[in-house]
Design a protein around this ligand. Structure first.
Ligand code: ZN
Length: 179
């Protein structure tokens, strides 16, 4: 397993639609390496989630994980390590939640995005067990942000206003809180 280069905004691969994973792939060496590389890269970069296209693999796979303490997102809850394969999100509320999002593909920047604060997410894990969960608040933001990557969408496409976007050390991300 290895730390991979994270593709940055402007790289055309980030704008492509990723392909669904077939159950027969999950036992292959390549697929196991992909999961390992995603976790290694996410941890190295101190991210809370990473989608396969961000390391150049156009497959519908996302990993999420967050320790209690994360310097990029202080005061947010822990997220247990999860692999999400072929995730599908159904919003359960209007876009009533908002958060200053960041992205490893847009380093050094933050932007305010409003999204549904409550969602249902359905996915397969790395053992092909099916999960259906209702998620809210910060975790719902993370899942929606990561799943957007699978459709070539970045948070900068969803900014509430171009004025609510800037360098992390310049914008006042304390000004707005997660609803
Ligand atoms: Zn991202």
């Amino acid at each position: 397993m290895a730390v991979k280069k994270v593709l940055r905004l402007g790289n055309p691969t980030l704008r492509k639609i990723s392909q669904p994973v077939d159950e027969s792939e999950i036992t292959t060496k390549d697929f196991k390496k992909l999961i390992g590389d995603l976790f290694d890269t996410m941890r190295f970069e101190k991210g809370v989630g990473l989608a396969a296209p961000q390391i150049g693999v156009l497959k519908r796979v996302v990993v999420v994980s967050k320790e209690e303490e994360n310097e990029r997102y202080p005061d947010t809850p822990k997220i247990i390590d999860q692999v999400l394969i072929n995730p599908v999100i159904t919003p359960l509320s209007p876009p009533d939640g908002g958060f200053w999002e960041g992205c490893l593909s847009v380093p050094g920047m933050r932007g305010f995005v409003e999204r549904p604060a409550k969602i249902k997410i359905e996915y397969y894990d790395e053992k092909w067990k099916f999960h259906s969960k209702v998620i809210d608040d910060f975790n719902a933001v993370v899942y929606q942000h990561e799943c957007d990557h699978l459709d070539g969408v970045l948070y900068v496409d969803r900014l509430k206003s171009s004025k609510l976007f800037g360098y992390t050390d310049e914008v006042d991300t304390k000004g707005k809180e997660l609803d």
